[in-house]
Design a protein around this ligand. Structure first.
Ligand SMILES: Nc1ncnc2c1ncn2[C@@H]1O[C@H](COP(=O)(O)OP(=O)(O)OP(=O)(O)O)[C@@H](O)[C@H]1O
Length: 299
């Protein structure tokens, strides 16, 4: 049975008279990785800050049955977070900083383990004032995961990470999930989120426009064939006049509707002396699903 770790009900947030978060209601299941996506300014960081009690809001937020408000943070001992840029002490090394924030049993062992898991050995003993953006980001993520919190909130955790570090972070997130950790992660690197997330929350202008499992989200898109010809513009006009449902022009993408058959389409191109250079089924990714969804809502 699914058990919610986090329950958010009718969450509203205002900056002066601007309505930023609009009546958000959702739950996050224990042990799930939840992707929080949306355009710039949609309200992702503000939502994360609200869950962390860092900004005023109206509505209810419950973590493990305990209420979170800007004045009541007790429940937050079970949360690790990286929001915007990690706040680091410039005159401590990464290892010293991790040791300072480590709580509970096996502290030294956990610090060593997280340094190894994120391949931070080469710079763990250097003062953080000398860190690059990627090194700072890794240390921020390490701090969020260090005390094995029930919920980890990561705002753009892949910022500044190279492909190798991004892969290490992904592996670490999946490893922590296997230990029972729940994640809420925002990122503009949608292909990365698609690889780890179980569920998706889509924010648009402060409203929750989708809340579903990742497979359900991706399945919303209907399949298409992608065509490349020697006369794409003519082919596009021809197919459109023939009644095909085209969802993109460059490259041409034809919707596979019920009863769709490829042969008549190929015949049509051939009889009009258009050469087909490439054809392939198009598999949707999170990015195109999201763009379609935002377009549908805003038009
Ligand atoms: N401290 C603040 N004072 C006033 N307005 C703010 C403040 N912080 C955020 N906002 C506004 O709230 C809205 C949501 O911002 P938020 O940073 O939550 O969006 P986001 O989805 O995280 O965007 P991005 O993807 O660019 O990080 C924006 O319109 C922003 O201008």
């Amino acid at each position: 049975m699914n058990t919610p770790l986090l329950t958010v009900t009718q969450l509203n947030q205002y900056f002066s008279h601007q309505h930023i978060l609009k009546a958000l209601t959702f739950t996050i299941q224990k042990g799930h990785i939840v992707a929080l996506v949306g355009a710039n300014g949609a309200g992702k960081t503000t939502l994360m800050k609200s869950i962390l009690g860092l900004t005023s809001f109206t509505g209810q937020i419950y973590l493990n049955g305990q209420s979170i408000t800007p004045c009541h943070h007790q429940a937050l001992s079970a949360v690790g977070a990286l929001i915007e840029y990690p706040g680091l002490y410039p005159f401590l090394t990464g290892r010293q900083q991790l040791s300072l924030f480590a709580t509970g049993a096996n502290r030294t062992a956990r610090v060593t383990k997280i340094i190894e898991a994120l391949s931070m050995q080469a710079f763990a003993d250097i003062l953080t004032k000398h860190y690059s953006l990627g090194m700072r980001q890794k240390l921020g993520v390490a701090l969020a995961l260090l005390n094995q919190p029930a919920l980890v909130i990561l705002d753009e955790p892949m910022n500044g990470l190279d492909p190798q570090a991004t892969k290490e972070l992904r592996d670490l997130i999946l490893w922590a999930q296997a230990q029972g950790t729940t994640f809420l992660i925002s990122s503009h690197l949608l292909s990365e989120l698609q690889r780890v997330a179980n569920d998706v929350l889509v924010l648009d202008h402060g409203q929750l426009i989708a809340n579903m499992s990742m497979p359900a989200f991706l399945a919303q898109q209907r399949p298409t064939y992608e065509l490349v010809t020697n006369q794409d513009q003519r082919a596009y006009q021809l197919l459109r006049s023939a009644g095909y449902h085209l969802v993109a022009a460059t490259p041409i993408r034809v919707l596979i509707t019920p009863g769709f058959q490829l042969n008549p389409l190929l015949q049509l191109l051939l009889t009009n002396q258009i050469q087909l250079q490439r054809i392939q089924p198009h598999t949707e990714d999170l990015e195109s699903s999201l763009l379609t969804m935002l377009k549908t809502v805003n038009h």
